[in-house]
Design a binder for this molecule. Structure first.
Ligand code: NDP
Ligand code: OXD
Length: 309
């Protein structure tokens, strides 16, 4: 009985303790320390070393420690028969909605301006838009996008969602597919990206997309850095078409020291903290899948390798 953690760039100690606490007796390994290769059946992964899974002939499941699985699927040497699962968790979903809401409200109410004003002891009131005057477009109406859209709608924003298949959710406008993308973008004063990273969605936040947004639109990317064409964003901000951007994810993380996003006055950078899986909350679904795997039962939250999410 063992689970092996494969992770580069994230501390694994909270996962190790959560697994041991919830399943006393379970052997928990952190690669490169493993059980004998033929005994390794269940992997918990975040940014694993590419090709590493070929070392384990009986591997049955690779469980992402996050909601996204692009970090797993990008490995060209992924064993064919292995199932891939992801995290779907209430805490993760709620944390994403609160983070995005904070970014939206900070922008709409222009709160950052008062921090700057305070530094200069300047008392100056600025006008602001009411939530009902702002249209928000959410790209990706899955677990995270749907909850985020519903929370923003409760605050009075007009919210539209865009996905592959139309989502009929009370109070939320539904747009789907490439044919409805322009109509969706043309209305969005704030564009939020919550898409999975796939071959169809890579580079989707580009000059062409931005130019279809109303002038002065604001962009929030909390999905993946590869959704965004960095130079296109800077060009559209400097040219005045976009009013600002809040970015939590980047092509290279940590964001390199010399990257222009750090110094750009209209870009708000956060270090991939929009929503971080809480092992104490998510461990039960990992153990549930571990048991299901051992009993040959269907796993929860399995991703489609063809769709890429
Ligand atoms: P889901 O798989 O639940 O939802 C994905 C959504 O995107 C679905 O609505 C899907 O449409 C839509 N979609 C996929 N491809 C396309 C396409 N080509 N065109 C239009 N719509 C498309 O994902 P989650 O909501 O759980 O997570 C979304 C992403 O958020 C993750 O993949 C991850 O990258 C990111 N994330 C970032 C975090 C952070 O801290 N910054 C934390 C957690 C996640 P349909 O419903 O029709 O299938
Ligand atoms: C995730 C993430 O996919 O942390 O969960 O980005």
């Amino acid at each position: 009985m063992s689970i092996t953690i494969f992770s580069q760039g994230r501390n694994t100690s909270r996962w190790e303790s959560a697994l041991k606490e919830h399943r006393p007796g379970l052997e928990v390994y952190v690669y490169p320390n493993t059980a004998p290769a033929e005994q390794v059946e269940f992997a918990l992964a975040w940014n694993h070393p590419p090709g590493v899974f070929t070392e384990f002939p009986n591997l049955k499941c690779i469980a992402s420690t996050g909601a996204g699985v692009d970090h797993i699927l990008r490995d060209p040497e992924l064993p064919v028969g292995v199932q891939i699962t992801r995290i779907v968790d209430e805490d993760l979903t709620q944390d994403m909605a609160t983070f995005v809401t904070a970014q939206v409200l900070n922008h709409v109410r222009g709160l950052h301006r008062y921090k700057d004003a305070q530094r200069g002891h300047t008392w100056k009131q600025h006008s602001y838009r009411r939530t009902s005057d702002v249209v928000i477009g959410v790209m990706g109406m899955g677990v995270l996008g749907t909850h985020t859209a519903q929370q923003l709608s409760k605050l009075g924003f007009k919210v539209n969602g865009w996905s592959r298949s139309p989502k009929l959710i009370e109070g939320i406008g539904a747009y789907a597919g490439a044919e409805e993308l322009t109509a969706f973008l043309e209305k969005a004063n704030i564009l939020i990206c919550l898409l999975p990273l796939t071959k169809d969605t890579a580079n989707i936040l580009n000059k062409d997309t931005f130019s279809r947004l109303p002038k002065g639109a604001y962009v929030i990317n909390v999905a993946r850095g590869e959704h965004l064409v960095d130079d296109d964003l800077i060009e559209m901000l400097d040219g005045g078409h976009l009013s600002g951007a809040s970015l939590d994810v980047f092509r290279e993380e940590p964001l390199p020291e010399e990257h222009p996003f750090w110094e750009h006055p209209l870009i708000h950078v956060t270090p991939h903290i929009a929503s971080i899986t809480n092992p104490a909350s998510a461990v039960s679904q990992i153990l549930e899948n571990y048991d299901r795997m051992r009993h040959g039962e269907p796993l929860l939250h399995v991703v489609s390798k063809t769709k890429g999410y």
